[in-house]
Design a protein around this ligand. Structure first.
Ligand code: FAD
Ligand code: FES
Length: 345
């Protein structure tokens, strides 16, 4: 996608300036320029990209975004992920951080195949004309052609030079984006793909890794496992992969594990189902070895006293990631910087 000329953005109290192309957001333009503004969801939900506009004109893509509280609105705070500069602007932001290794790029992607995984999840495979440059565990914004709906999806593969982007997507009943993806988008169709984004990417320091995926969070965790297996010292690394769902029908055995397992020192696969136990004939199905309870409870039960030895990656619904963070950091004594997660809010 080509950008027309844009507007200059200045960060108040610093000498940082960058250009924001027409139609781009303040957050994404900053990250494209290598300026590490604070953010998480890129969708207007989490509120971590709040800032103040000191000068200039800004268009708000999502005026009712849940990421701003009534107090934020009274104090004239805005969301960088939903703000499009319409003139030169000066903004006041919190402290900037080191941005992720790859700068996000806007491009077109063609849908190559759709592989059903469960009753409500499928893998969507897209290809781009340029290499797929991202770190394991990151996500991209997918802009669907019909109605211009854009949503975040985590890559379920690893960066590659042949431009392949895989996403595990869970259908949301009556969801705008997932209805388009599952019911309308045909193989060969083109979408906008903007990425990579996200901080929950694989770090290399600790060889002991735990991946926790709730629902469609499995995709990001497959990416982390594959990324760990591709490292030169993979044979010295051990990985626990926990997947959680409401019933066994919500879970699947990722085929990528067959590739990763022989390269890793150890790969342990655990499942947890939180719904009420089934009765009668259905109770005889072979899922009975899944942990009965929430996936964060399975993590604590399995790792026990060793839980502070690991670095954790997690993705899934906010209720799951928040419960995991509480159990590991507040109750388990894990250093907060050893937990990296994306909330699918
Ligand atoms: C970082 C991140 C990674 C994610 N990764 C995955 C993944 O790998 N697989 C997966 O299945 N899902 C993932 N999600 C969730 C995904 O982005 C969608 O929320 C989900 O598919 C439901 O979308 P929908 O349009 O079908 O449902 P809807 O119910 O129509 O939309 C729900 C979501 O869209 C948001 N939304 C509503 N309006 C707007 C708007 N104007 N602009 C932007 N957002 C809006 C809402 O806040 C809500 O979160 C991820 C979310 C985040 C934040
Ligand atoms: S990053 Fe802007 S609201 Fe989440």
């Amino acid at each position: 996608m080509t950008d027309r000329t844009g507007h200059e953005v200045s960060l108040h109290g610093t000498d940082v300036r960058f250009a924001c192309a027409e139609g781009d957001t303040l957050l994404r333009a900053a990250l494209r320029a290598g300026v590490g503004l604070s953010y998480e969801c890129n969708s207007g939900s989490c509120g971590s990209c709040r800032y103040e506009l000191l000068d200039g004109e800004m268009h708000d893509r999502r005026p009712d975004a849940p990421g701003l509280t009534a107090r934020d609105r009274r104090k004239q705070r805005r969301l960088a992920c939903q703000s499009e500069p319409r003139s030169a602007c000066t903004v006041r932001v919190g402290a900037t951080t080191e941005p992720a290794p790859h700068r996000p790029v806007r491009q077109w992607a063609a849908l190559r195949e759709v592989n059903p995984l469960t009753h409500d999840m499928a893998e969507f495979v897209f290809t781009t004309g340029q290499p797929a440059a991202f770190s394991p565990g990151q996500y991209a914004m997918v802009l669907l052609p019909d109605g211009g709906v854009e949503r975040a999806y985590s890559m379920s593969n690893v960066g590659n030079c042949y431009g392949e982007w895989r996403f595990v997507v869970k259908r949301t009943p009556d969801g705008r984006a997932t209805s388009l993806l599952f019911d309308k988008l045909e193989v060969g169709a083109t979408v906008g793909l903007d990425g990579p984004y996200g901080h929950a990417y694989l770090r290399r320091d600790n060889p002991k890794i735990v991946c926790v995926g709730g629902g469609s969070g499995v995709g990001a965790m497959i990416s982390i496992v594959l990324g760990a297996a591709a490292l030169p010292d993979a044979a010295d690394r051990s990985v626990h992969l926990f997947l959680g769902g409401r019933t066994a029908d919500d879970l699947f055995l990722p085929s990528a594990l067959e590739l990763a397992a022989p390269r890793l020192g150890a790969l342990h696969f655990h499942t947890a189902v939180s719904g009420a136990p089934e009765t009668g004939a259905e109770a005889c199905r072979p899922e009975s070895d899944a942990y009965r309870g929430f996936v964060h409870e399975a993590v604590i039960d399995v790792l026990g006293d060793d839980l502070t030895d690991y670095t954790y990656y997690a993705a899934g619904p906010p209720a799951m990631t928040d419960a995991l963070a509480r159990s590991l950091v507040l109750e388990g004594g894990l250093d907060a910087d050893r937990l990296h997660f994306d909330r699918f809010c």
